[in-house]
Design a protein. Structure first.
Ligand SMILES: Nc1ncnc2c1ncn2[C@@H]1O[C@H](COP(=O)(O)OP(=O)(O)OP(=O)(O)O)[C@@H](O)[C@H]1O
Ligand SMILES: Nc1ncnc2c1ncn2[C@@H]1O[C@H](COP(=O)(O)OP(=O)(O)OP(=O)(O)O)[C@@H](O)[C@H]1O
Ligand SMILES: [Mg+2]
Ligand SMILES: [Mg+2]
Lengths: 323, 321, 512, 326
């Protein structure tokens, strides 16, 4: 039990923070209801996939600066393929784009392994390459999305007989949970998952324990690419277009990873923490808007919250180390 | 006018650029000057269309009466605008059009902006020669609109050639380095069209002691000042008023008060101020405003659409501040 | 019966840039034998083990496993070929718990648990994170993990170096049984006692070259040493100290006074004095609080109670810098804790100079150079690869950790197991150095896991058990059985015959 | 001692070892190759004027990359340099309207010191990851700048003539900015190689625990370092505004990622303990020349960016290959 609290304490704290923020939101805007929660989840969607993409490489001891560019490229690819195409065609577009993310992610990993250039530089370089590719696919925002795809994140899941509860289960949330779980849970339980933690924790020890370090690193980046492609699809699904200029997902993903209790440096943490952190960050933004805070002050508040939470985290680790 | 009773939400996705800051201040000043707005609710940050969807939905949650939005993309925020209209919120898009049919649009005509300036430039160099084409940010929708206008003008002058096309990313430092690099190649050129990164270009020409060629820019205070003061510089400033934000507030209030415009879309046509003719010079002298930050457009108000004073927009205070 | 070698390596070469780690190494291991791999520091033993187990590639050489040329390109390959190493550094993944570490290597859990118990650790929780487990236990877990898959060849690289006597004894026991049951073991150690007790044959490396293979029989040690060092080593050993020789008259004021020191739950009540000109040995089994004692004296952790006095004045250390200012230097047992591996020997030795705020300015290069050079000469550090400390062999790295404080002229040196994994000659040098320091009036507190060293260097012995000082006695009384008994917390002169294998937890301990 | 002394070493091997010992040489060769490519693509471009321009634009990047080099040597990074440079430039340009330039510059450096102090305390005392800490303070700084900006809309902005002279001027064809840069560069190189503080930067980045046991107080080193980094960034901002002459709220932001890239291309390890400033300077020059190369090439913007990424990757990989000694 104490072990569980120690290992999951940070995530639990984040969940509590989320609930507190939710209550505060309710106080600011008593009318805040299930529909607004749905909006929150839809806003979270691209960030959540971006942060999942970042989390997996950070756990493997790396960092991926190309997450945002990868989302942009997959998003414009999907949007331009679906532009003027039939609804059914989109059934092929989705797996194609996901496969593309997987392959490009693997290329990232291979470049790191083969060139032995630090990951931060390789992914900085691929950031430019992917962004350039996105501009070649679509010179300006545009494209389209299949209607059914768009509908998958609009509205709620109907649970027969429980309209009260089902109103609080937006389709977007189900989509998020399903997609993350399909990949993350089997991964975490598999030897591959352990290997990813292992190379992040100590590459040398992992290598000596017989972990195929290079292959594991490539797979981690491939999965990151896959998550980023999901993020790109989520962008296209929510906006209906593809935009070649990446949004603010890179920095947001790094911030959420750290807030979520994943150590930059690797080997520690999980996916739940960063995802909850994303919810917290989005809800903070909602509250700032609801409060009609001076927009110039919001940047200060967001930065201060980020620094304060991380400092607090550092502070309690220091305290626990002392005792 | 009527007493204050409305809350207006604002959504903007570019932060830290003079034009957008002026737009926000115009919105605040107009809201204050109208006397009909109790509170402004401004979401103002650097983000993409998806982030703007989030901001608009938050504004819907905040139950504002109207939303003035400078769209990150015309089509990308359609769903949230639709939801806003359904919730009974008046939506006014400024600066760019949006595809959502229920939204009202009061916009600068970006295509016309580029066309006007480019045409003047091509005429100025005698209908033939080499021009440098310094665009905005690759992949931004305003940039591609302007590109259409530029290409339209180019088609009318078959003897004009674009010798160099670059994206400044609307960054002053990039623009300056790019033009200096180009000057260093020694390739001759007869004119420069810029997408609003203008004063650093003139600076670069002056510093490198290259013969001055005609330059087209926007009505930024810095550039307008240069057109008046730099010896031998011929150029034109095309207006792209950031005060369109204030016009958006006025339109939103009119609609809220039941005065719907005849058309969903109101285009504010750009003007061109040049210093090649005497009357042009006089016009430029009259609009120049050295007290403004050089990145701010000098057209701080739009006749018939804004009612605030210069002091009010510079104070940049909204209702309740 | 023809005995074909299980593992046969010939002509192995490995170079790192300009440094030749292995010039021409060969090694042939027969089934069922425990084969010692011997050599001075930097001879290339670890490099050879790493090559045999696929951790690094050789530049040249032939390796036959069971008579077949088999390419071992990674530790995973080696594992499949039945070769299992326990490297010099722990190989468990620090952020995973033990159970996950087992899954990662496909080690069966039950045999592993059995081996762990057999190796003297009865109460391991396999859900503990590896990072939280003490070094000595980690080494044992590494071994148990290797044993659990029943390897044909087990390669142990200085397995016993970091182990306390009780655990080391169990390891030897287990290794011996491996040999008996027909499996082979390659065993690296600098302790002749272990070699002669355990091994059948020994391959001796010198400067990356195999210089001989000998059968282990009584009296062979002399020959091995000769081969290892290439010349006859002078027999002069630092003689056990006599009370009469002790430089410090008892009446002199204590340099360091420790009273009722407590640290957390590990160190309960420790009091002793350390005089100028004295080498005091600390003797303790693994985990009796000696780590905490040294860390607290070094200012590295804060004691929870008790007092420390330096030259009669009470002090409180909030940071190692405070201890250093009081003239107390700490040489940790694990050299990776003390060295900046990517920096030069010179920078490492000179590091303490620049630590204080007032020394942040320009460095007097000439002065620094002369101090560093004299420290290097005094310790005879092999500086061929001095641009990066990580390229020095383990023994030379160890010397750098001490050289730093010689150069800094520290008055009191706390040495925690400084001879861990060091060859005989270097050990002699370190003993000599510690004595010299004492003769110059400096004081040394010396913890060692090798009991015989106590007799060689120390003036006095402080025995710690269960976080308390249980005995302090002069070195004349400190023969190995006496030390061992004391280390197990038995009162001096007790009659019971308590063997080395006695279980700590059931031994009759004087309860607090 | 070793066999290598007996056998003749092949020339290639010797060359490689020579380069590995002097990592600056291969880096400079890479730079020269880029310049040659540029000259081939646009004959005549490599002239006095172009050289001066390149140096002018490389200098601010090189100083910011110096901040990255020093922080990266301790295993950190300083992402707030862009914001700090922008802040000091903007504040100076708006304050100089009311005050003497010297006073304005002092006022402008105050936020730089503050941000550096907060970064240093966050990283050194609270042990927040530098990436997050500096990202956070840069967000806060940007917010403060936005708020400040509104209070000075009416006051306009001015660039003191001597800053413009320093930023853009040439003396006998040599950029005046070198007057600032050479002392700064010498100071950084000297600090890293020949001062106690420099030693500690390397030591702390290589093995913090070992440094601590040697009596080094981590927080002091880190705090001093981040303050220095911030002040350097502030000075860069002042130089940069002299060069660009247009105060904007995002003036130096575009320099942040390239500054990290320049340090890494120059051979500094992001994990700490390894690298130096001379390489970084060449790295900054390489990036500046690369930017020119891509501006001059007429191709779609997308292709241009792809090429940029590929060349950065190629240069870094080639450099690593050359200096690697195993
Ligand atoms: N000595 C070492 N210490 C730590 N990591 C190492 C070492 N040697 C290699 N590696 C890492 O492992 C990678 C290669 O090891 P890995 O076992 O994954 O590859 P492999 O030998 O090709 O395995 P496979 O048998 O699957 O082909 C290298 O890219 C490097 O990152
Ligand atoms: N990465 C490296 N780069 C350069 N030289 C190295 C490197 N690793 C080892 N060496 C050199 O190779 C030689 C053999 O080193 P090795 O670690 O195998 O010695 P060893 O026999 O294990 O010694 P010890 O008992 O001290 O650990 C040493 O002289 C060392 O300096
Ligand atoms: Mg060894
Ligand atoms: Mg060794």
């Amino acid at each position: 039990m104490t072990r569980l609290v120690r290992r999951q304490g940070w995530v639990a704290g984040l969940l509590v923070l989320f609930v507190v923020l939710f209550v505060i939101t309710k106080l600011i805007q008593p009318g805040y209801g299930s529909g607004d929660f749905g909006s929150l989840v839809r806003a979270v969607l691209p960030y959540a996939f971006a942060v999942a993409a970042q989390t997996i490489v950070v756990i493997a001891g790396g960092i991926d600066l190309s997450v945002g560019a990868m989302m942009a490229l997959t998003s414009v690819t999907a949007a331009s393929m679906m532009d003027g195409a039939s609804e059914e065609y989109a059934v092929f577009v989705v797996p194609f784009v996901l496969a593309m993310g997987l392959v490009l992610g693997a290329v990232n990993g291979m470049l790191i392994v083969v060139t032995r250039v630090p990951d931060i530089v390789v992914t900085l370089a691929t950031l430019f390459v992917l962004q350039g590719a996105a501009l070649l696919v679509l010179g300006a925002p545009g494209g389209a999305v299949a209607e059914w795809l768009r509908a998958t994140i609009v509205g709620t899941v109907a649970i027969p007989g429980l309209p009260e509860i089902s109103a609080w289960i937006p389709k977007a949330l189900v989509l998020l949970v399903v997609f993350l779980c399909i990949i993350w849970i089997p991964l975490k339980r598999s030897k591959l998952g352990l290997s990813i933690y292992a190379i992040g924790s100590s590459e040398l020890a992992a290598f000596r324990s017989g972990v195929p370090v290079a292959r594991t690193r490539i797979i981690a980046y491939a999965l990151s690419g896959l998550f980023a492609a999901m993020g790109g699809l989520a962008l296209t699904m929510s906006t209906g277009i593809g935009a070649p200029i990446p949004g603010p997902y890179l920095l947001a993903s790094v911030a959420a990873v750290v807030l979520g209790g994943v150590a930059l440096g690797g080997g520690k943490g999980g996916l739940l923490g960063p995802i909850v952190a994303v919810f917290v960050l989005r809800l903070v933004r909602t509250d700032l808007t609801l409060l009609a805070i001076d927009p110039n002050v919001t940047a200060i508040i967001e930065g201060a919250i980020m620094v304060a939470v991380v400092m607090f985290g550092a502070f309690i680790t220091m305290r626990s180390r002392q005792s | 006018s009527a007493e204050a009773k409305y809350t207006i939400g604002v959504s903007n996705t570019v932060q830290g650029n003079g034009w957008r800051e002026e737009m926000i201040c115009a919105i605040k000043a107009q809201a204050l000057a109208s006397g009909q707005v109790t509170k402004l609710n401004i979401a103002h940050r650097n983000t993409d269309a998806a982030g703007q969807l989030e901001d608009i939905r938050n504004l819907i949650s905040a139950k504002v009466n109207a939303i003035v939005v400078n769209p990150a993309d015309p089509a990308g925020i359609k769903s949230a605008l639709e939801e806003a209209t359904k919730a009974g919120i008046v939506v006014v898009a400024v600066d760019q059009a949006v595809t959502e049919p229920s939204a009202y649009i009061i916009s600068n005509n970006q295509e016309q902006y580029a066309y006007l300036g480019a045409k003047w430039l091509f005429q100025q160099i005698g209908g033939k020669g080499d021009v440098v084409y310094m665009r905005g940010a690759a992949g931004a929708s305003a940039d591609s609109d302007r590109d259409k206008g530029f290409k339209k003008a180019l088609a009318e002058f078959p003897d004009v050639k674009v010798v160099h096309e670059v994206f400044t990313g609307w960054q002053q430092d990039q623009g300056k380095q790019q033009i200096l690099d180009f000057i260093a190649t020694g390739s001759p050129f007869n004119g420069i069209w810029t997408s609003g990164i203008d004063n650093v270009i003139v600076d670069a020409l002056v510093e490198s002691q290259t013969p001055l060629v005609p330059v087209v820019g926007a009505d930024n205070a810095g550039f307008v000042g240069q057109l008046n003061s730099v010896e031998g510089l011929v150029g034109a400033a095309v207006t792209n008023p950031g005060s369109i934000g204030g016009a958006g507030v006025t339109l939103a209030l009119q609609i809220l008060n039941g005065k719907k415009p005849a058309e969903q879309t109101v285009l504010v046509e750009p003007q061109l101020w040049e210093n090649a003719t005497e009357e042009g010079k006089a016009k430029l002298k009259s609009v120049a405003d050295p007290s403004l930050s050089p990145e701010w457009p000098v057209s701080i108000s739009i006749p018939e659409w804004t009612t605030y004073t210069k002091d009010q927009i510079i104070a940049c205070k909204g209702p309740g501040e | 019966m023809t005995t074909n070698p299980l593992l046969d390596a010939t002509g192995v070469v490995k170079t790192y840039g300009a440094v030749v780690a292995l010039r021409n190494a060969s090694l042939s291991v027969l089934p069922g034998e425990v084969h010692a791999l011997m050599g001075a520091n930097g001879a290339g033993k670890s490099t050879l083990v790493k090559i045999l187990t696929g951790a690094i590639r050789a530049d040249a050489g032939h390796i036959l496993i069971r008579g077949e040329a088999r390419e071992v390109r990674s530790p995973a390959d080696a594992r499949r070929a039945g070769l299992l190493p326990v490297y010099q550094e722990p190989s468990l993944i620090p952020d995973l718990d033990v159970a996950s570490n087992l899954r990662l290597t496909g080690t069966p859990v039950e045999p592993f648990r059995a081996w762990v118990r057999e190796l003297g650790i009865p109460d391991l929780d396999i859900r503990d994170i590896a990072r939280d487990i003490p070094l000595a236990v980690l080494r044992v877990l590494d071994l148990a993990r290797a044993l659990a898959v029943e390897p044909d060849v087990l390669l142990l690289d200085e397995m016993t170096a970091a182990l306390p006597a009780n655990l080391a004894e169990k390891v030897l026991e287990v290794v011996r049984r491996q040999g008996d049951s027909g499996r082979s073991v390659i065993f690296i150690s600098h302790r002749f006692v272990e070699i002669s007790a355990l091994c059948d044959r020994a391959t001796v490396l010198r400067d990356g070259e195999t210089v001989g293979v000998v059968d282990i029989e009584p009296g062979v040690e002399e020959r091995i040493v000769e081969m290892m060092l290439g010349a006859r080593i002078e027999k002069t050993q630092v003689a056990a100290r006599q009370a009469s020789q002790a430089a410090s008259p008892r009446d002199s004021r204590a340099r360091l006074g420790v009273a009722n020191l407590r640290v957390g739950t590990k160190l309960n009540d420790v009091s002793f004095d350390l005089a100028n000109g004295e080498v005091a040995g600390v003797v303790a089994l693994e985990g009796q609080g000696q780590d905490e004692l040294f860390a607290a004296l070094a200012g590295s952790i804060r004691p929870s109670g008790g007092t420390i006095e330096v030259d009669g004045k009470p002090v409180k250390f909030a940071h190692p810098a405070d201890a250093i200012r009081a003239g107390i230097a700490y040489v940790p047992g694990d050299r990776t804790e003390a060295l900046t591996m990517q920096r030069s020997v010179r920078e490492n030795i000179a590091l303490p100079f620049s630590a204080a705020l007032r020394n942040w300015g320009p460095i007097n290069m000439a002065q620094e150079r002369s101090r560093v050079v004299s420290a290097i000469e005094r310790l005879q550090i092999d500086t061929r690869a001095q641009r990066e400390v990580q390229r020095l062999s383990g023994g030379n790295q160890q010397k750098v950790t001490i050289a730093r404080w010689i150069a800094a002229e520290a008055q009191t040196i706390l040495c925690f197991d400084p001879t861990r994994g060091i060859d005989v000659r270097t050990k002699q040098e370190i003993y000599k150095l510690l004595r010299e320091l004492a003769d110059q009036g400096k004081s040394v507190l010396f913890y060692t896991s090798e009991l015989e060293e106590v007799q060689r260097v120390c003036d006095r012995v402080i025995v710690i058990f269960g976080g308390r000082v249980v005995d302090v006695f002069p070195v004349e009384l400190a023969d190995e059985p006496a030390l061992m008994r004391a280390a197990y917390g038995l009162p001096r002169g007790a009659k019971e015959d308590v063997g080395i294998l006695a279980d700590i937890h059931s031994s009759p301990v004087a309860k607090p | 001692m070793s066999t290598t002394a007996i056998q003749p070493v092949p020339f290639g091997r010797r060359l490689k070892r020579f380069m590995a010992d002097r990592p600056l040489i291969p880096l400079i060769i890479l730079l020269v190759i880029l310049v040659l490519v540029l000259q081939i693509l646009r004959p005549g471009i490599v002239n006095e004027r172009w050289l001066a321009n390149t140096v002018k634009f490389a200098i601010p990047l090189a100083i910011l990359a110096g901040c990255q080099t020093m922080t990266m040597l301790t295993g950190g990074i300083d992402l707030s340099v862009g914001t700090v440079a922008t802040m000091s430039a903007f504040i100076m340009a708006t304050q100089v309207v009311h005050h003497d330039p010297a006073v304005a510059i002092l006022i402008a450096l105050v936020p730089a010191v503050l941000i550096g102090l907060v970064n240093g305390i966050g990283v050194g005392v609270f042990r927040v990851h530098p990436l997050i800490m500096t990202l956070g303070t840069s967000l806060i700084g940007t917010g403060c700048l936005q708020v400040y900006q509104r209070t000075v809309i009416a006051s306009g902005a001015k660039i003191p003539p001597f800053l413009a002279w320093l930023g853009t001027g040439l003396t006998y064809g040599v950029p005046n900015a070198l007057l600032l840069f050479i002392p700064v560069a010498v100071l950084i190189v000297f600090t890293l190689r020949r001062t106690g503080f420099g030693r500690l930067i390397y030591a702390v980045g290589d093995n913090e625990g070992a440094a601590r046991l040697s009596g080094v107080r981590y927080w002091q080193v880190i705090t001093a370092l981040y303050v220095i980094s911030s002040v350097l960034a502030g000075i860069t901002g002042l130089l940069y505004i002299g060069l660009i002459k247009a105060p904007s709220l995002s003036l130096a932001e575009p320099l942040v990622l390239p500054s990290v890239a320049a340090a890494v291309i120059g051979g500094t390890s992001i994990f700490g303990g390894r690298g130096g400033y001379t390489g970084t300077i060449v790295g900054a020059l390489i990036l500046t020349v690369l930017t020119t190369l891509l501006t001059i090439l007429q191709m779609p913007e997308g292709a241009r960016r792809m090429l940029f990424g590929l060349i950065v990757l190629f240069v870094t990989a080639a450099y690593l290959r050359i200096i690697e000694d195993r």
